[in-house]
Design a protein around this ligand. Structure first.
Ligand SMILES: [Zn+2]
Ligand SMILES: [Zn+2]
Length: 370
């Protein structure tokens, strides 16, 4: 056991508390990573607030990056001192993992949400001898040290970018960029509307620029975020509060209808407007988690079928982190993916202040530094 400072959740919806926890040595097949920085994602707060179950006390955090400081038995290809991004968990042995679609791994839910090792139900963390939930997304990285399976880590080149900023490439940024580049695979010259200008939506804007989309429309209520989208390469921005009928506003820009729409908002009327604005054989990708678990859109079957519209649910941008994270870092090095400009860092012990600042819209992406 080694001591580490971590942000622990003890009460549903309560503040994070900064505590010293005990972290196990890595077991066979695992590595221990000293976290250099960890992104704060909306999903962490969904679990903190117990809209989805997570045994307390526990440690959240699923966008870690850091340096391997111990390697368990049987781990190949990884060494102490390697710089890594810690990604989501997948089994590596099911049909979807074989297809390089690990975010649809048949064991995705237990591996990422159970908060323990699946083989024996143990956790990697303890506090005064009592169990503390770990392994959230395989990592629980709101901690100076984490233990994760070797399969979760992606070795990265940090010659052009600070390691501490790379964690969100393992979730939020790969969801936005991957949604456009992998899932929708927008061809050059196509049109896309992106709903929501948070970290996922702005990564989608950058992905659309990389793909060579001709029309990139960002729909976002906060003026500062619309301005950032324009600097990143959005060709049009829409304030949904001013637009009136959103589908009509989109058709005013692309009269034949959109080739693609990409929703990061999870807001039902916005998704319905996106569907209504699609052109022939258009596709809408959905990554925004709705506020209510039973949120539903209504779809007229004939109106969907006749123009060949497609509605696509997307997790993690259909990314295989082992190849896609290095690809995004290469785009960054070439100046095409300036994700670091969206990040504001806070010390881990100011996590509650960072959550509040993000809720007020003062920062786009928070990275916490243990
Ligand atoms: Zn699998
Ligand atoms: Zn996330």
């Amino acid at each position: 056991m080694t001591d580490a400072t971590a942000a622990v959740v003890r009460e549903p919806g309560g503040d994070f508390t900064i505590e010293t926890i005990a972290v196990e040595a890595p077991r066979a097949g695992e590595v221990r990573v000293r976290i250099a920085g960890v992104g704060l994602c909306h999903t962490d707060l969904i679990f903190r607030d117990q809209f989805a179950p997570f045994a307390l006390p526990g440690v959240l955090g699923h966008e870690g990056a850091g340096v391997i400081e111990a390697v368990g038995e049987g781990v190949e290809g990884l060494s102490v001192g390697d710089a890594v991004v810690v990604g989501f968990s997948s089994c590596g042995a099911c049909p979807r993992c074989d297809e390089h679609l690990p975010s649809y791994c048949q064991s995705f839910v237990p591996l990422n949400y159970a908060g323990m090792r699946l083989d024996d139900g143990s956790t990697a963390y303890a506090s005064d001898g009592a169990r503390v939930t770990s392994h959230f997304f395989g990592q629980s990285s709101f901690s100076a040290l984490t233990v994760t399976r070797a399969r979760n880590v992606v070795k990265v080149d940090t010659s052009n970018v600070a390691l501490e900023l790379l964690g969100p490439l393992g979730c939020g940024f790969q969801t936005g960029a991957g949604g456009v580049m992998n899932s929708l695979a927008c061809p050059a010259g196509s049109s896309i509307a992106i709903f929501g200008g948070g970290p996922v939506g702005l990564a989608a804007v950058m992905g659309a620029v990389i793909q060579g989309c001709a029309a990139i429309i960002l729909v976002e209520p906060i003026a500062a975020r619309r301005a950032i989208a324009t600097t990143l390469g959005a060709t049009h921005v829409i304030d949904p509060g001013e637009a009136g009928d959103l589908a009509e506003a989109l058709r005013a820009i692309v009269p034949a209808g959109l080739d693609f729409a990409f929703d990061t908002s999870g807001v039902v009327p916005v998704i319905e407007a996106g569907l209504a604005a699609l052109g022939s054989h258009g596709a809408i990708g959905l990554v925004g988690v709705p506020a209510k678990a039973d949120a539903a859109i209504s779809v007229n079957i004939a109106a969907l079928m006749t123009p060949g519209h497609r509605i696509i649910g997307i997790i993690e941008g259909d990314s295989d982190p082992q190849s896609f994270i290095p690809e995004l870092i290469a785009h960054h090095a070439a100046g095409r993916f300036p994700f670091d400009t969206l990040i504001q860092t806070f010390p881990l012990d100011q996590i509650n202040e960072a959550v509040a600042a993000q809720a007020r819209g003062e920062c786009i992406k928070v990275v916490l530094i243990p």
